[in-house]
Write a protein that binds this ligand. Structure first.
Ligand code: ACO
Length: 375
């Protein structure tokens, strides 16, 4: 780790090397293993991106077909895990369902010689939608849903089908697929770094992913998409939004879905999501949410020089896909599991325990008072 002046929040510190993605590098677009996110979002699928990240190459058509079939076969949940999901409270945060489900699956299907990290990466991406929607539908109306849904061939298609109980439109599947691709990988963000720290101790794959989910959950990271939606829902017109945001800025409140630790001149994922959001808004005949979102974007740029990050327009996209707000961050978990998996593999390939130093700011050495001598 390179020592620099202000180490608060490790800002500006280079903490290692990666061949997985380019975030905020001068002159480089955001790429996954060298491929532009623009190309990946418009012309590939989440399954291709998962394969690319985990195996290091884009699959050929037959390889992709085989991989899709494998992922479909991995959607089912063990009966013991279904029992656990039925016992978890209906009021639980859905991210905690995935965190708990991931940890529980690790006890039932542990990593070992017959089950390596590549296989578990596919297993988790394939069965996370099943876990989430099995728990959701069971507690909503007592239904024990069939999660395999073989005719719905992609993660995006399966997720929307299990949520709605009917086949989603191709546009909706395409939009969710693109959103998953854009959330798949992002270098040394807080959750990915957490995964790398965990496996650097030679801990197991599930522990790494479970820790990553915990880090992603917070509103300064993955939880911002839900907070962004709550912000958007407070306003029904652009003028109301402008007045409301001005008040927030006066009170020094943060607008969720804006700003970024690395991108100070715009998050390259945001315009792609904005274009998708616009298309979905037009399809839905929306005259309120999208104009409100645009007004907030313009105001924060002109007043604070702040750009929307990945979370702002993904919230708008998910809204038009009729996805409940409490599922926004779980979707981020599903997508980012692919990037976490790739980072865990990369960390292990050249592992060194991650153990930084701290500057000590506590009291000077002092005499220890026995318990009866304390005031
Ligand atoms: N709304 C209003 N003001 C903001 C915002 C915001 N969203 N983001 C930053 N600022 C302001 C801060 O108040 C601060 O102003 P000041 O210098 O007058 O005190 C300045 O910009 C710098 O902000 P920091 O929080 O110090 O910048 P940092 O690099 O630590 O923050 C972060 C990055 C945490 C993402 C921040 O922009 C934020 O809290 N945004 C809202 C939460 C969010 O959207 N998180 C998702 C990030 S993307 C992801 O994780 C997938």
């Amino acid at each position: 780790m390179t020592e620099q002046k202000n180490t608060s929040g490790l800002e500006g510190i280079t903490a290692g090397e990666t061949a997985l993605s380019t975030v905020g590098k001068e002159g480089l677009d955001l790429t996954y293993r060298g491929y532009s996110i623009r190309d990946l979002a418009s012309s590939s699928s989440f399954e291709e991106v998962l394969y690319l990240l985990v195996y290091g190459v884009l699959p050929s058509r037959p390889e992709l077909d085989r991989y899709r079939n494998l992922l479909i076969s991995l959607r089912d949940l063990p009966p013991a895990l279904k029992t656990i999901l039925e016992q978890l409270p209906p009021t639980a945060n859905p991210v905690d369902i995935l965190r708990t489900g991931c940890s529980a699956l690790g006890t039932m299907e542990p990593e070992g010689e017959d089950r390596d990290a590549h296989a578990i990466a596919g297993r988790l991406c394939a069965c996370f939608p099943s876990m989430l929607l099995y728990w959701h539908q069971f507690h909503r109306d007592g239904r024990r849903i069939e999660t395999r849904a073989e005719e719905h061939r992609t993660v995006a298609d399966q997720f929307l089908y299990l949520l709605r109980g009917e086949a989603p439109s191709p546009l909706h599947v395409r939009a969710l697929d693109a959103a998953l691709i854009l959330h798949a990988e992002h270098e040394f963000n807080a959750s990915t770094f957490t995964c790398r720290v965990i496996v650097s101790t030679l801990s197991d794959f599930y522990s790494g992913i479970t820790g990553g989910i915990g880090a992603l959950r917070g509103p300064l990271h993955g939880g911002a998409d839900e907070a962004a939606m709550m912000l958007l829902e407070r306003f029904s017109t652009p003028d109301e939004a402008e007045a409301g945001i001005r008040k927030m800025l006066e009170k020094k409140e943060k607008a969720m879905g804006f700003g970024h630790r690395v991108y100070k001149k715009g998050d390259p994922r945001a315009p792609i999501l904005k274009a998708l959001a616009k298309q979905l808004a037009q399809e839905a005949g929306d005259r309120s949410l999208f104009p409100v979102a645009e007004r907030i974007e313009n105001l924060l740029l002109s007043e604070k020089g702040l750009y929307p990050n990945v979370d702002f327009y993904s919230a708008v996209v998910y809204h038009f896909l009729d996805i409940p707000t409490f599922f926004f961050t779980p979707l981020f978990v599903i997508a980012r599991t692919s990037g976490w998996a790739a980072h865990i593999l990369e960390q292990r390939a050249n592992n060194r325990l991650i153990r930084p130093l701290a500057t000590y700011i506590g009291p000077a050495p002092r005499p220890f008072p026995k318990i009866d001598e304390r005031g």
